[in-house]
Design a protein around this ligand. Structure first.
Ligand code: PMP
Length: 442
């Protein structure tokens, strides 16, 4: 599909994944973004599930301006800053009990790397140096740095770099909807959790350091909600085998699913949490790794954590993050995400009557996705040549709606699309999303 506006622009000096060009952003307010041609888009994916409280929120902008007048950077090894101390305290208060210490980073991959490395240092500090393997799931996405990529189950991104990293073992993600199993049946959760235990044993339990899991799947699985009992069983298995449990909350954390943490839905406390995206909510590159005191203290007591990023915890980013948490709290956005998310999900399910090629609608709160298939009975994916995951995004763009697409390319899942507007969404926004999506799907 051609985009005349883009072709009119001269060659760019920057590049990302490809040469693809995009409209030039002019302004963004709450759920809407305008390009320089004056076209308005509804941000139906909050960027990449980042702008959780909407764009240009006045409270956050004011907090950032106020901080800018004081200082924009204080190197963490030279100074403590008020915003970083306050954000750490506020963040810890939102974590499961005993997770009192917060390690700031500037993004999701950094948060995951930090989780892996504190796990390893904890093992070393507690006489468990034989443990280094980190089990994850297929498909999954945990970041693009080589450590995070080694635990990422997504071939197109990871395979080219396999010789450069220690690729880690994977177990199947619990995609009950593809396996013809009932996700509400606790036997299904037990079935998939048993795969973790089998893998731990196959690897040799005393070599396994950790298991990393997104409590609610993000881009890789398309808002996959684990089957009944899965998260609890995984916790129990990890504990029994002395394996640390890491929750990657980079995408599902921050309130979007209707609870601050995805893990909160099951009352499960991991050992380590990785947080980003909605934590900075598009206002600042910000993330955090939070670990239980029983992990952090031995590491700090024995030489310290041999790890850190230059921009970590800078006061401007932390002032933004603090203001984001204040907005979520003051405006009751987590509850709104649950309420509006339920409405949006039921409206997406309604589209299944009209469009037989929608095979599944899933997710929780405002972390929602639908999947396109060739056949709803067999759940066979659409032919890859159709490039549905590219085409539908372009058609939605033309309608002024941004959605986020992925194909797992494992030959089983179809093309899936995340529909994840900011948590400030209202009923009117839901109407606008459904109208535009209907036009694009038609
Ligand atoms: N973990 C998950 C679950 C993610 O969705 C992402 C980003 N899509 C990352 C880690 C990596 O985050 P970042 O792109 O900020 O490095």
């Amino acid at each position: 599909m051609t985009q005349p506006l883009l072709n009119a622009r001269p060659e760019s000096h920057l590049f990302y994944q490809t040469r693809a060009r995009r409209p030039v952003l002019a302004e963004a307010r709450d759920l809407h973004i305008w390009d320089v041609e004056g076209k308005r888009y509804l941000d139906g994916s909050s960027g990449a599930m980042v702008s959780n409280i909407g764009h240009s929120h006045p409270h956050v902008l004011a907090a950032m301006r106020a901080q800018m007048d004081k200082s924009t950077f204080g190197y963490r090894l030279h100074f403590e800053t008020d915003p970083s101390e306050r954000l750490a305290a506020k963040t810890a208060a939102l974590m499961p009990e005993g997770m009192e210490k917060v390690f700031f980073v500037s993004g999701g991959s950094e948060a995951v790397e930090s989780a892996l490395k504190i796990a390893r240092q904890y093992a070393l500090a507690t006489g468990q140096g034989s443990r280094w393997k980190v089990i994850s799931r297929q498909p999954s996405y945990h970041g693009c740095t080589l450590g995070a990529l080694a635990i990422t189950g997504y071939g197109p991104l990871a395979d080219p770099f396999a010789p450069m990293m220690r690729v880690m073992p994977k177990i199947p993600a619990p995609r009950a909807y593809l396996d013809g199993l009932d996700a509400d049946d606790p036997a299904t959760g037990a079935h998939y959790a048993a795969m973790l235990e089998a893998e731990i044993i196959a690897q040799g339990a005393d070599s396994v350091l950790a298991f990393i899991v997104e409590p609610i799947g993000g881009a890789s699985t398309g808002a996959l909600v684990p089957p009944a009992g899965y998260m609890q069983a995984v916790r129990e298995i990890c504990t029994r085998h002395g394996v640390l449990l890491i929750h990657d909350e980079v995408m599902c954390g921050g309130g979007r699913t209707g609870a601050f943490l995805g893990g909160d839905h099951w009352g499960v406390a991991p050992d380590i949490i990785a947080l980003s995206k909605g934590f900075g909510a598009g206002y600042a590159p910000l993330g955090a790794m939070i670990a239980h005191d029983r992990i952090v203290n031995p590491v700090l007591d024995q030489g310290g954590f041999a790890h850190g990023f230059t921009y970590a915890g800078n006061p401007l980013a932390c002032a933004a993050g603090l203001a984001v948490l204040e907005v979520i709290e003051a405006e009751g956005l987590t509850a709104n995400a649950a309420r509006i998310g339920a409405l949006l999900k039921s409206r997406l399910e309604g589209l299944m009557d009209r469009f037989p090629f929608i095979g599944d609608v899933r997710g929780k709160g405002l972390l929602l996705a639908f999947e396109l298939v060739a056949d709803r009975q067999t759940m066979d994916p659409l032919p890859a040549e159709l490039n549905a995951y590219v085409e539908l995004v372009e058609l939605a763009y033309a309608e002024g709606l941004i959605i986020y697409a992925r194909r797992t390319r494992d030959g089983r899942a179809g093309d899936h699309f995340l529909v994840c507007p900011p948590m400030t969404a209202t009923e009117t926004h839901v109407d606008e999303i459904i109208d535009k999506l209907t036009a694009a799907l038609s």
